[in-house]
Design a protein around this ligand. Structure first.
Ligand SMILES: N[C@@H](CCC(=O)N[C@@H](CS)C(=O)NCC(=O)O)C(=O)O
Length: 287
């Protein structure tokens, strides 16, 4: 569990927040997962939007909230939690109904969620290029410098190395862009995960059994994003596509992943350009 200690937090006013507060963003997949989880639980929370498109996550104020400069962040009566899967595990204990992490499947779920988290930077790459139509870094050198020097640099009172991983990701993006080879590697990882789920769905209604769990919510969010990116689910994984449609019909879930209308229009434009140039996700990744 990743709960920040007071010495990690420079933006001291959040320590006085009472009740449940969420720092989040509409198009952040980890925020979408957490919002869907809270919707299914029927839990209310106070929103604090951090606009990732304006790089607000790298402003000194927010780096004083989360030294990693990432959303989501949960503040519960002044206790500050980061890392979406840890936040979810914490909230499952606090709000046990309906059960989304069944006790007898806890170990399997932890493993599957860790696998999902490991694919996060791959999702970000595919999302940048095929959803947002961007092939370089969205962070200017000034933003990177602010990110590098901002925040306490500690998590749980210990020097934190997580930020280095983020900085390396953005340095590589600025240097190389999003190459076809990187797209192929990322898409292959998702293809393997979806092929695995396709098999499981032959025998059960949800990804790990007969009932909806947090694993379904997490992969629903990824599938939503990759649908926007043009991943050909219907053709490659028809059972998974049918599972997605069933989940997408639930308002608790689809409300959490709604794409703002202006962005939808830009995504459609990006798709047209990719089709015209023969460089869709399916074509580049050889799917
Ligand atoms: N492992 C973290 C990942 C959090 C993360 O990468 N959040 C993204 C949005 S989904 C973010 O804040 N990105 C900001 C950036 O890349 O600068 C979690 O599960 O909370």
């Amino acid at each position: 569990m990743v709960q920040l200690t007071e010495s990690d937090i420079q933006t001291r006013e959040i320590l006085d927040y009472r009740g449940l507060h969420l720092f989040h963003y509409s198009m952040s997949s980890c925020s979408q997962k957490l919002r869907a989880f809270l919707n299914v639980k029927g839990v209310d929370w106070e929103p604090h939007v951090i606009d990732l498109s304006k790089q607000e996550q790298n402003d000194p104020w927010f780096l004083g909230v989360n030294p990693r400069g990432l959303v989501p962040v949960l503040v519960d009566d002044g206790a500050v939690h980061i890392e979406s899967n840890d936040i979810i595990a914490y909230l499952e204990r606090k709000f046990p109904d309906p059960v989304l992490i069944p006790r007898d499947q806890q170990a399997a779920i932890t493993t599957l969620l860790a696998r999902e988290d490991d694919l996060h930077l791959d999702l970000r790459l595919l999302s940048f290029r095929f959803v947002h139509g961007r092939n370089g870094s969205p962070k200017s050198p000034e933003v990177i410098a602010r990110y590098q020097s901002g925040g306490s640099g500690t998590v749980g009172g210990e020097p934190d190395t997580h930020k280095h991983r983020e900085l390396a990701f953005y340095a590589q993006l600025a240097r190389d862009g999003i190459t076809d080879a990187a797209v192929q590697s990322a898409a292959a990882k998702f293809h393997a995960a979806f092929a695995d789920f396709e098999q499981r769905l032959g025998a059960q209604a949800y990804l790990i059994g007969p009932d909806l769990t947090i694993v379904d919510i997490a992969w629903y969010v990824y599938a939503k994003r990759l649908t926007l990116a043009g991943y050909p689910f219907d053709r490659l994984h028809p059972k998974f596509a049918a599972w997605f449609s069933r989940l997408d019909a639930q308002s608790a879930l689809n409300a959490a992943v709604e794409t703002p209308a202006p962005l939808l229009a830009r995504i459609a434009e990006n798709r047209r350009a990719q089709v015209d140039s023969g460089a869709t996700l399916a074509a580049v990744a050889g799917l």
